[in-house]
Write a protein that binds this ligand. Structure first.
Ligand code: GSH
Length: 212
């Protein structure tokens, strides 16, 4: 198979590209980048991504890093309505991919680092001041997302898009990192909805299967 995804499946950022591949029906070969063994720092991996981070896509020599770029590429491979042709329609979706990369992911990453990565790599105690910083950022963003999801079923409207898949991926570890989601009923409804998708189940199985 020519399309390869270099991933560490326990990570929500790996979940994002794997979920997109599964939901969009894009075949791929999974290439494990075991972060517990430092495989992101090997010369062969750094030749693919000089940032030393996964996920990375390699489609027959075309190499992409940054998970949102990978998800967009998968959408272009899948065709159909996954990557809207009309500029305004496309950007109404793309803005959420930027929002996810620039705001949502960094806020969620605080919880993931403090409550998942630290115990996983034995990096010390959870910092309550970091969790407080995460909560401030999270509430500001969750309020925005919840408000949109009160208006329609999915993030951009009544149809599932790659924006939903990207933003929801941080929630793949929601139970374990305990995001403060109690007051966001629309996010809870949307998350529960996405969890019923066979692609979500398949991606979760990969995430769970490679947990230490
Ligand atoms: N903005 C990047 C973030 C990628 C990223 O930070 N990946 C982390 C794991 S979740 C990584 O590979 N870290 C390895 C390291 O920093 O050594 C994306 O969305 O692809």
């Amino acid at each position: 198979m020519s399309l390869k995804l270099y991933v560490f499946p326990p990570s929500p950022r790996a979940f994002k590209v794997l979920l997109a591949a599964h939901q969009l029906g894009v075949d791929y070969q999974l290439c494990l980048v075991d972060l517990t063994k430092g495989e992101q720092r090997t010369p062969s991996f750094l030749a693919l991504n000089p940032n030393g981070r996964m996920p990375v896509l390699d489609d027959d020599g075309f190499v992409l890093w940054e998970s949102s770029a990978i998800v967009e590429y998968l959408a272009s491979k899948a065709g159909g309505a996954w990557l809207p042709r009309e500029t305004r329609d496309r950007l109404a979706m793309t803005k959420w991919l930027y929002w996810e990369s620039n705001h949502w992911d960094p806020a969620c990453a605080i919880f993931v680092f403090e409550r998942l990565v630290k115990p996983f790599f034995d990096l010390g105690e959870t910092s309550e001041s970091e969790i407080a910083r995460g909560e401030t950022a999270f509430h500001r963003l969750a309020g925005v997302l919840n408000g949109e999801l009160e208006k329609h079923r999915y993030v951009t409207g009544d149809s599932l898009t790659i924006a939903d898949l990207s933003i929801a991926s941080a929630l793949s570890v929601a139970e374990r990192v305990n995001y403060p989601l109690e007051n966001y009923r629309a996010i809870q409804r949307w998350h529960a909805d996405l969890k019923t998708m066979p692609a979500w189940t398949r991606t979760s199985a990969l995430q769970e299967g490679s947990r230490a």
